[in-house]
Write a protein that binds this ligand. Structure first.
Ligand SMILES: Cc1cc2nc3c(=O)[nH]c(=O)nc-3n(C[C@H](O)[C@H](O)[C@H](O)COP(=O)(O)OP(=O)(O)OC[C@H]3O[C@@H](n4cnc5c(N)ncnc54)[C@H](O)[C@@H]3O)c2cc1C
Length: 413
C-alpha cells in the first residue's frame, strides 16, 4: 500500500517531536514484525526477535526515566508508541505493555504519589537497580496479577501471600495468564502481605526473579488469540526475594490504583493498533494492493465503500477518544476524566473487535485465510475486552455506578 494511504488515519497530528521520533523507530521495525507475527501466532511462541530489535534501538527502556538512562516516555508517549507497536504485532505490543509499565508505574507515576521522605529515598535506591537491569542488561519484566479470583479486579486481597522474613519476603501463590512466561527475567507480582485482617491496602508489588528457587511455570498455552504472549501459569512456593525486590513501598500500589486510575488503561493501546491495522488491511485489500495476492480490485461496489466509510468513522471516533484520554491522565483526575477513562478502555476494546469483524465481512472469504493477517487480528482483538481489571463489563459497571452515585452514597435508608 502507498505510504501516504497506510498512514492517513493513524493521526500523527498532535504528536510532539519526541513522540514522532519514537513512533518512527517502531514504524521502521513494523513490517518485519508483521511478517514474523504469522510464525509466533502459529507456534504460540514468544517474539524474542522483536525484543532483540527493541534492545537494539533502546525501546526496551522506553519508560525508564531519563535520569536513569532510559527514554523517559511519559504516559501519553507510552500509549502512542504502544499503539504503533500494536498496528504491526498485537502480541508484541501487549507483552511490551507488561514490561514497559513496570518502569512507568515505578517511575513517573510513582513520582506523583505521596511517600514519606524515607520511603522516597528507599524507592529511589531500589528502582535505580530495576532500571539498571533494563537499560544495561536488557532484562525483561512481566506483570502477572491475575489469579482467577476477585483480586485482579481490585475487589479482594490477592491469594498470593508474601510473608516477612529476615532480609526479605517468602512468596507463595499462583498467577494465571502470566504473559511473557518463560521469557521474562523478572515477574512483577502483586501479592498481599500475610498478616491478620489483610485487605487490598496490604498489596505489595514485588519483582520475583525468574530463576529464584521455588518459581515454576506450568500448564499448556493454546488460546484463541494473542498466542505469542505465552501466558502460562506461574507458581511460587516459598520463593525468597530480598527486600530490595519491592517495586513500590508498602501501601503505595493501593494508592496508585486509587489515585492514578489511568494506569489500568495501558493495555488498550495495543488494541488501538489492531483496529488501525484492520482498517488499513481492508483498504489495501479492496484496492487490490495486498502483497502476494493478485491485484484484484473490489472497491467499485457501493456496499464496500459504505463499509469502509463506517470503519473509518469508527476508527476516528475511537482514536479521538484515545488521544483525548491519554492526554488527561494524571494523579487525582476529576470524576469526568475517570469516567472517560473507563469509556475509552471500553470503546477501544470493543471497537477493535468490531472493526476486525467488519473487515472480514467486507473483504470476504479469501481475506480470512491463514496466509493473511486479518483472521489473526480478529482473534487477537477478541481478547481485549477480557483483560482485568478493566474488562468491558467492569468498565460498564463502574461507569453506571459512579455516574449515578457520589462516593459514600447509597439507597439503603
Ligand atoms: C492473552 C491474555 C494475556 C493476559 N496476560 C495477563 C498478564 O500478563 N497478567 C495478568 O495479570 N493477567 C493477564 N491476563 C488475564 C486477564 O487480565 C484476566 O485476568 C483474565 O482474562 C480473566 O479471566 P477469568 O476467566 O479468570 O475471568 P473471571 O474473573 O472469571 O471473570 C469473568 C468475567 O466476569 C467479569 N467480572 C469479573 N470480576 C468482576 C467484578 N468484580 N465485577 C463485575 N464483573 C466482573 C469480567 O467481565 C470478566 O471478564 C491475560 C489474559 C489474556 C486473554
Amino acid at each position: 500500500m502507498p505510504e501516504d494511504l497506510a498512514l492517513a488515519p493513524a493521526s500523527d497530528i498532535g504528536m510532539n517531536d519526541r513522540q514522532r521520533e519514537l513512533v518512527d523507530k517502531v514504524r521502521k521495525l513494523g513490517p518485519t514484525w508483521a511478517e514474523r507475527a504469522f510464525k509466533y501466532d502459529e507456534d504460540a511462541s514468544f517474539p524474542f526477535e522483536n525484543y532483540d530489535d527493541m534492545k537494539g534501538n533502546g525501546l526496551l527502556s522506553l519508560c525508564v526515566p531519563d535520569q536513569y538512562g532510559g527514554l523517559g516516555a511519559d504516559f501519553p508517549t507510552y500509549c502512542i508508541v504502544a499503539a504503533e507497536m500494536g498496528r504491526w504485532c498485537g502480541a508484541t505490543a501487549l507483552t511490551f505493555n507488561m514490561h514497559a509499565c513496570s518502569a512507568l508505574w515505578t517511575g513517573s507515576l510513582a513520582d506523583d504519589l505521596d511517600m514519606s521522605g524515607q520511603e522516597r529515598e528507599q524507592h529511589e535506591e531500589r528502582r535505580k537497580e530495576h532500571y539498571r537491569r533494563i537499560v544495561e542488561d536488557g532484562k525483561i519484566y512481566a506483570q502477572p496479577f491475575s489469579e482467577g479470583s476477585a483480586a485482579a479486579a481490585g475487589k479482594a486481597p490477592f491469594g498470593t501471600l508474601a510473608t516477612k522474613v529476615e532480609g526479605g519476603w517468602l512468596l507463595n501463590g499462583k498467577k494465571i495468564f502470566a504473559s511473557l512466561s518463560g521469557a521474562a527475567d523478572y515477574y512483577g507480582v502483586l501479592c498481599t502481605e500475610d498478616k491478620p485482617d489483610k485487605s487490598v491496602r496490604d498489596t505489595l508489588y514485588i519483582a520475583v526473579p525468574a530463576d529464584a528457587e521455588g518459581v515454576d511455570i506450568v500448564g499448556p498455552w493454546d488460546p484463541l488469540g494473542m498466542r505469542a504472549t505465552v501466558s502460562r501459569t506461574l507458581l511460587m512456593k516459598d520463593a525468597f526475594v530480598p527486600d530490595a525486590a519491592e517495586l513500590m513501598p508498602r501501601g503505595v500500589y493501593f494508592q496508585a490504583a486509587s489515585r492514578w486510575p489511568h494506569m489500568f488503561m495501558t493495555l488498550s493501546p495495543s488494541y488501538m493498533g489492531i483496529a488501525q491495522a484492520a482498517y488499513e488491511f481492508t483498504v489495501a485489500y479492496l484496492r487490490g494492493e495486498v502483497e502476494g495476492l493478485p491485484p484484484v480490485k473490489r472497491r467499485m461496489y457501493p456496499t464496500k465503500q459504505i463499509a469502509v466509510a463506517e470503519m473509518f468513522v469508527k476508527l476516528q471516533q475511537t482514536r479521538a477518544l484515545f488521544e483525548r484520554t491519554i492526554n488527561e491522565a494524571r494523579v487525582d483526575p476529576s470524576k469526568e476524566e475517570r469516567l472517560r477513562a473507563y469509556a475509552t478502555q471500553y470503546t477501544i476494546m470493543e471497537s477493535a473487535n468490531e472493526l476486525c469483524r467488519l473487515a472480514i465481512r467486507t473483504c470476504g472469504g479469501q481475506s480470512m485465510l491463514k496466509s493473511l493477517p486479518l483472521e489473526r487480528l480478529y482473534r487477537d482483538s477478541r481478547c481485549g475486552s477480557l483483560m482485568l481489571p478493566w474488562t468491558a463489563e467492569i468498565c460498564l459497571d463502574r461507569l453506571g455506578r459512579e455516574a449515578l452515585y457520589e462516593p459514600g452514597e447509597s439507597d439503603d435508608d
